[in-house]
Design a binder for this molecule. Structure first.
Ligand SMILES: [Zn+2]
Length: 309
């Protein structure tokens, strides 16, 4: 159990959006306790806020996106993964476009950015949602469930009829150091035919071999090779960590995913919040000081409180 954390100082990076191809810069800024991750849109009338929480999630085919308060942000999952992986609980994200830059297709550039200033503990306990009974969502052969466990863990399996993948399974014990060394560097991947089909539809405009591992029939197109033999399943864990952070607090449980994806990851978060009898909240502040009660978790809208202050 630990206190909430934010960044020690503001940091900025820039790049292009994977799907829009738009150039964007993002600035991560320290935020007060109980803020969560809040995207900030600057326009002619001032600033509007959109919290990265599950009720703002909108259905998208290829990435995770949120919408509300007059704007939307897509491809948030790798940035959210870096923030969750490094336990940055409270942060404002200023963004100059509607898509987070893809950088090198992994979370590593965001990790390095955060590490360049470091994090600081805050005067408020970080709540943990501890799973007491299993919760599962499925869609055909796709499946993701969370089970009771004494520590946070993720086990992911993928299956593709490709000689570099076949079946890959990876188990990740959540900690800052394992996130940095085992997960953060794993890049987005796609199959050549699918990538070409996307480009034909005018999607994936920012996709290049510098930010996507492209699989050919029996190998990969990228000259640079893979960062890990099982980079593919590690990237699925990276995505899941980002998607699951839309829960808005830390978790204690074992997430087990098989052939899953963004839509199912976020459905699991929704199911958890709809079944409060299957979990308990730990490390909460005493009554009066506490803002994120179980009931509040269902309607997390820090953006409203921020606008009022
Ligand atoms: Zn991804």
């Amino acid at each position: 159990m630990r206190n909430q954390q934010t960044l020690a100082a503001a940091v900025t990076c820039s790049g292009v959006g994977l799907h829009s191809g738009q150039s964007a810069s993002i600035t991560l800024r320290p935020a007060p306790p109980d803020t969560g991750v809040v995207f900030v849109n600057h326009n002619a009338t001032g600033e509007t806020y959109l919290s990265a929480s599950i009720e703002h999630r909108i259905p998208t085919e290829l990435c995770t996106a949120i919408k509300g308060n007059g704007f939307q942000v897509q491809t948030i999952e790798h940035l959210l993964s870096a923030l969750a992986g490094l336990q940055v609980d409270n942060v404002f994200v200023d963004l100059t476009a509607s898509e987070v830059p893809v950088m090198d297709g992994s979370a590593a550039p965001f990790v390095r950015l955060i590490q360049s200033v470091g994090t600081v503990p805050q005067d408020r306990k970080q709540p943990f949602l501890k799973i007491m009974s299993p919760i599962e969502v499925t869609e055909g052969s796709k499946r993701v469930r969370i089970e009771p466990s004494s520590t946070p863990r993720i086990t992911y399996s993928i299956h593709y009829a490709h000689p570099l993948i076949n079946t890959q399974t990876y188990s990740y014990d959540c900690s800052i150091s394992t996130f940095e060394s085992e997960i953060a560097e794993a890049r987005t991947f796609g199959f050549l035919q699918e990538v070409q089909a996307l480009w034909a539809r005018g999607l994936g405009k920012g996709g290049t071999l510098d930010n996507t591992v492209v699989l050919s029939q029996d190998g990969i197109v990228n000259d640079s090779g893979l960062r890990f033999d099982d980079e593919f399943v590690r990237h699925k864990i990276l995505d899941l960590i980002g998607d699951f952070s839309l829960l808005g607090m830390s978790f204690i449980g074992h997430i087990i995913a098989d052939r899953s994806g963004h839509a199912l990851h976020t459905r699991l978060v929704q199911q958890i919040l709809q079944q409060p009898e299957k979990w308990v909240l730990l490390n909460t502040e005493p009554k009066g000081k506490e803002k994120r009660t179980a009931a509040h978790a269902l309607h997390l809208q820090p953006a409203i409180a921020l606008q009022a202050s």
